[in-house]
Design a protein around this ligand. Structure first.
Ligand SMILES: NC(=O)c1ccc[n+]([C@@H]2O[C@H](COP(=O)([O-])OP(=O)(O)OC[C@H]3O[C@@H](n4cnc5c(N)ncnc54)[C@H](OP(=O)(O)O)[C@@H]3O)[C@@H](O)[C@H]2O)c1
Length: 347
């Protein structure tokens, strides 16, 4: 029986293993009974995986080498691409052509038209064929499409928290919305492992700042997938900030409403919308999300508040950027694609 089980275990590749997201995919998959990681690669970082990530000492004998398409094709059934955008769209076409499934954690396949890609990522898209067929990997909204997909565009970290926070309201009551302001904060691991001066300890510690105000590349992603939920598409004002902590995203979303609404009604709508979702927790009205409650988990916690005019709704949400905002959500997508229980390895 155990031999039989071994033969059907899927072989997984992780490209970008020396980065935070790639490492987090691997860490999660160590606890996944139905897959095994058989191929890892990076760009300049090479050698024994336990030299790159000593915390995996005793858990793996894998070696990291420069990405090689022949090796990837020979050794894997499904590949996670945890690489910078522009790199993923060069690797993806051949993997798909040879029948592999791909989960791309970068932004390369998230915006489904070439004009938006060029505008926000400053480069011509190089894989238009697959750009059209990629499925946006937000399981709570696109589970049925994900089941049939070969290529997943894993959502960005800020968009994951923002879209999950707004989906019930936008899907069911978009006509009530006057304006939306997303005040978002991210821990430093959101910028990846490669150190630059702006992200060095002395620049960040005891500091707090906004960046790319009203001009961040995640804005069109949030707008695009909210627009798919309802023809009435609200304009988003999105302001990200950098928190001097390692991990976590916290968003405070201010929604000016056109009409009065009751907080209990909104709460009931949210509870019902996410009733069967394992990883979205709509909190009781006397509770608020906290980063500590979601760190190292695949949960998105959502809190709701309304002011005395009953026309200013404040939604707060918290995720771990490396888990529900990247690697955890990617594994959730893999589970759906391969027909495993969605929470396998994630609880
Ligand atoms: N960090 C987050 O919270 C987060 C959240 C959501 C999505 N994402 C997205 O996930 C992707 C990875 O992010 P990260 O934060 O994990 O980045 P990271 O820590 O900077 O790691 C990037 C990885 O990509 C590898 N790489 C770079 N160029 C490559 C190439 N040409 N071929 C093969 N491998 C290459 C790097 O290898 P070397 O070490 O050899 O350079 C490294 O392993 C990015 O697209 C990012 O936008 C990140």
């Amino acid at each position: 029986m155990s031999n039989q089980k071994q033969t059907i275990m899927k072989r997984i590749g992780i490209v970008g293993i020396s980065g935070y997201s790639g490492m987090t995919v691997l860490k999660i998959l160590f606890n996944h009974p139905q897959v095994r990681v058989t191929y890892v690669s990076a760009n300049n970082t090479q050698g024994k995986l336990t030299d790159i990530w000593p915390q995996f000492q005793g858990l793996t004998k894998l070696t990291c080498s420069k990405y090689d398409i022949k090796e990837a094709l020979k050794l894997t059934d499904l590949v996670f691409l945890a690489v910078p955008h522009t790199v993923a769209m060069q690797i993806t076409p051949e993997l798909l052509k040879q029948g592999k499934k791909v989960i791309d954690l970068s932004a390369d396949y998230r915006l489904n038209n070439k004009q938006d890609y060029k505008k926000w990522y400053n480069m011509e898209h190089q894989d238009l064929k697959n750009l059209k067929k990629a499925v946006y990997g937000l399981p709570e909204l696109y589970r049925e499409d994900i089941k049939k997909a070969d290529l997943i565009a894993n959502p960005g970290c800020y968009p994951t928290a923002a879209i999950l926070s707004l989906a019930p309201l936008v899907s069911l009551h978009a006509q009530l919305i006057n304006s939306i302001i997303i005040d978002a904060k991210s821990g430093v691991s959101g910028a990846g492992r490669k150190a630059t001066l702006n992200f060095s300890f002395c620049e960040l510690t005891e500091n707090f700042k906004a960046y790319k105000i009203l001009n961040h590349q995640h804005t069109p992603e949030i707008e695009l997938y909210l627009k798919k939920l309802n023809k009435i598409s609200p304009i988003i004002h999105f302001v990200p900030h950098l928190l001097p902590i390692e991990r976590g995203i916290f968003e405070t979303i201010y929604i000016q409403l056109k009409e009065k609404i009751s907080l209990h009604k909104i709460h009931a709508i949210y509870k019902k919308f996410y009733k069967t979702e394992k990883f979205v927790r709509v909190l009781d009205l006397n509770q608020q999300p906290q980063l500590k409650n979601v760190a190292h988990t695949n949960y998105c916690d959502i809190g709701l508040s309304l002011d005395q005019t009953k026309q200013m709704l404040v939604i707060t949400s918290a995720i771990d950027n490396l888990v529900k905002g990247a690697a955890g959500q990617a594994v959730q997508n893999m589970n759906i694609m391969l027909g495993y229980p969605e929470e396998e390895g994630l609880l």
